[in-house]
Write a protein of this length. Structure first.
Length: 155
């Protein structure tokens, strides 16, 4: 039996006009009734002639206290061209996690180098200072979906 997916429905390749079931129904059945089958997996590929760049930008509102040598990030907005977002909550979590790591790298970490040997004294993640929620400002993210005509899929 040769199956394919058309507009969210599983169909026989020989009879594409007769949907067997929706992909949603298949996924729900596979999740709630694992005894009926194995792991649900799918594979697809596309060959493009171009590779359009992805764009992103970050806007930061910060306060610098020169006398105290202190930087305070008041608000940060990260905007991404990430293509078609399948899970907005997960995408937002990924971006917020990346912003937290970037803030930690910029404000809390330092690379300690031995003055005599030039060897990095903290070369691993044991000394990584990830900020906690009280250390972070208001994190905001936005996603832009642009129709890229150079390729046959949405970006």
């Amino acid at each position: 039996m040769n199956l394919t997916l058309i507009k969210g429905h599983i169909v026989l390749v020989e009879r594409p006009e007769e949907p067997l079931m929706s992909l949603k129904d298949l996924a729900m059945d596979a999740f709630y009734h694992p005894e009926r089958g194995g792991q649900l997996s799918a594979e697809s590929s596309i060959k493009t002639t171009t590779n359009p760049p992805a764009f992103g930008c970050t806007f930061v509102d910060l306060t610098v206290d020169i006398a105290l040598c202190k930087v305070t990030i008041n608000r940060i907005l990260n905007v991404h061209d990430s293509g078609h977002i399948l899970n907005p909550l997960l995408a937002e979590g990924q971006v917020h996690g990346g912003m937290g790591m970037g803030i930690g790298w910029a404000l809390f970490e330092e690379m300690i180098i031995d003055a005599k040997s030039g060897v990095v004294r903290n070369p691993n993640l044991l000394d990584y200072k990830m900020p906690t929620m009280p250390d972070l400002p208001q994190l905001e993210s936005a996603f832009v979906e642009i129709n890229e005509p150079a390729i046959r899929i949405r970006t």
